[in-house]
Write a protein that binds this ligand. Structure first.
Ligand SMILES: Nc1nc2c(c(=O)[nH]1)N[C@H]1C(S)=C(S)[C@@H](COP(=O)(O)O)O[C@H]1N2
Ligand SMILES: [Mo]
Length: 245
């Protein structure tokens, strides 16, 4: 069967079974095609599987909407509870010159990349919306290195399936699958609206994943772990693993 007709068959199947009683059937169908999100056993089990599977099949390569400079929000909302972290304060006081990102796991060359190196990598700027699960949103221009560039610099092994990313802020970490990790709009952001990324918005370095809700765009990134399974990683945060919008 051609790729296209198989995709049509699966999406038709998923749509046809999307009724409440069909959710479990949809989940079984999705499982056959590797479309099950890693937290499928949660409260929203079959429903989140259906969302993830449909997104992956229908919008695999689609781009989040990009906006015009005139649409940039005048007063972007920085949602940050103050936190105490000695290492962070020390680095902030010296202008973050010592900030590094450790990259480990299923990579050919485990690396420790400095902020200066990241800033010297090819950058991309995009004007996208950050949408919080609480209902508010804003539009900003984000500048950073495509995560795909970092991943090819360290050489991910073919079996790699997920990227787990950690904040210096305790208990803030999340993970994405390779489809989102390699997506051209997924950036390790170091700039916002033409200036350095402000601390309130996650400076000096945050991940931006404009195809998912705000909580997946973790601030103060210090570590990336590449893995083929999320089994030994408890889910970061309280929300659904897949936050596609
Ligand atoms: N480290 C860290 N990352 C985080 C958060 C946080 O509290 N700490 N909040 C998340 C949530 S819920 C949202 S909606 C966005 C908010 O981004 P903003 O402050 O730039 O508006 O950051 C996300 N990333
Ligand atoms: Mo949020």
């Amino acid at each position: 069967m051609s790729n296209l007709s198989r995709r049509k068959l699966i999406t038709t199947g998923l749509a046809a079974t999307a009724g409440a009683s069909g959710l479990a059937v949809a989940a079984r169908l999705a499982d056959r095609y590797g479309l099950i999100p890693p937290d499928h056993g949660g409260v929203y089990g079959a429903g989140t599987t259906l969302t993830y599977a449909s997104h992956r099949l229908l919008t695999r390569h689609s781009l989040a909407r990009e906006f015009a400079p005139s649409q940039i929000s005048k007063a972007p909302f920085a949602k940050l509870r103050p936190f105490k972290n000695e290492a962070f304060s020390r680095m902030r006081d010296s202008g973050f010159v010592d900030w590094r990102v450790e990259v480990d796991g299923m990579v050919a060359r485990p690396s420790s990349i400095s902020l200066a190196e990241l800033r010297s990598f090819p950058a991309r700027s995009q004007i996208t919306q950050l949408a919080c699960e609480e209902g508010w949103s804003f539009i900003a221009e984000w500048t950073g290195v495509p995560l795909s560039h970092v991943l090819s610099a360290v050489g991910t092994v073919p079996e790699a399936r997920y990227v787990v990313y950690y904040s210096i802020q305790p208990n803030w970490w999340h993970s994405i699958d390779m489809a989102d990790a390699l997506h051209p709009q997924t950036l390790l952001v170091h700039g916002m609206n033409g200036a350095e990324l402000p601390i309130g918005h996650g400076g000096p370095l945050r991940l931006r994943i404009p195809r998912q809700l705000g909580y997946k765009s973790v601030k103060f990134i210090t570590r990336l772990t590449i893995t083929d399974s999320l089994e030994r990683f408890k889910k970061g945060g309280n929300y659904s693993w897949y936050a596609g919008i």
